[in-house]
Design a protein around this ligand. Structure first.
Ligand code: PGA
Length: 247
């Protein structure tokens, strides 16, 4: 049985003070039927993590090198030193604006795994690719690229977030059928690359305009094990509704 995992991706939102208040409010409503987390900005990771008991505090990115001349970047060692064990990698905004590719995402996943940390690795097609009917090939290629050279044991611990780019921040969520179909493709690709056991272990999230009023539909799908949530994770009220809906 895969335990559901719901993570709020805050992007470039909330100050440190706001992050601390949020974690205090959310800790009270958590339950153990799913894993819950948030990914605040780097500057809030320490205080958010100090405030958290059960809430996972994840970074939104990490660099794949140990250290060096990479101005503005953050290493796994720096995250570990704060007690952070999770990072989102390859979000479509990072791919579009900050040059993340399947190759660099692959290196980031490897760096996290080598350091006993956990990755939420993102994939998803553009609107153009979706309309041209290329979703399956795009997602299969992304998954193969991101997982290149990883062994099955590492992949079993991975979370893969399928986020159609046209559904992110647009209010235009994928239908439950579309989300289920593509999350099933992600899992099938893991099966092709590894085996049935690995495919059944990996957790696949859907992301893109997930809200309190549609989370249940997604969670009812057999291949959707959780959600990566942007906008609706920013308010304690709406994130609480989502947490309660996952019981
Ligand atoms: P959204 O963002 O929920 O605001 O669409 C999702 C994401 O980017 O992870």
């Amino acid at each position: 049985m895969r335990k559901p995992i719901i993570v709020g991706n805050w992007k470039m939102n909330k100050t440190n003070t706001e992050a601390i208040d949020f974690v205090k409010g959310i800790e009270e409503v958590l339950h153990d039927e799913a894993d819950f987390g948030i990914a605040p900005s780097f500057v809030s990771l320490k205080d958010a993590n100090d405030q958290a008991n059960n809430l996972i505090i994840a970074a939104q990115n990490v660099h794949f090198e140990d250290s060096g001349a990479f101005t503005g970047e953050v290493s796994v060692e720096m995250l570990k030193d704060l007690g952070i064990k999770w990072a989102i990698v390859g979000h479509s905004e990072r791919r579009a604006m900050f040059n993340d590719t399947d190759e660099t995402v692959n290196l980031k996943i490897k760096q996290l795994i080598e350091n006993d940390m956990y990755a939420i690795a993102c994939c998803g097609e553009t609107l153009e690719q979706f309309e041209a009917g290329h979703t399956e090939s795009v997602v299969r290629n992304q998954v193969a690229g991101m997982l290149a050279g990883l062994d099955a044991a590492a992949v079993k611990n991975l979370v893969i977030a399928y986020e159609p780019i046209w559904a992110i921040g647009t209010g235009k969520s994928a239908t439950q059928e579309t989300a289920q179909a593509t999350c099933a493709i992600v899992r099938d690709q893991v099966k092709k690359l590894y085996d049935q056991e690995t495919a059944q272990a990996v957790r696949v999230q859907y992301g893109g305009s997930v809200k309190p009023d549609n989370i249940k539909e997604y969670m009812a799908q057999p291949d959707i094990d959780g959600a990566l949530i942007g906008g609706a994770s920013l308010q304690v009220d709406s994130f609480t509704e989502i947490i309660n809906a996952v019981k």
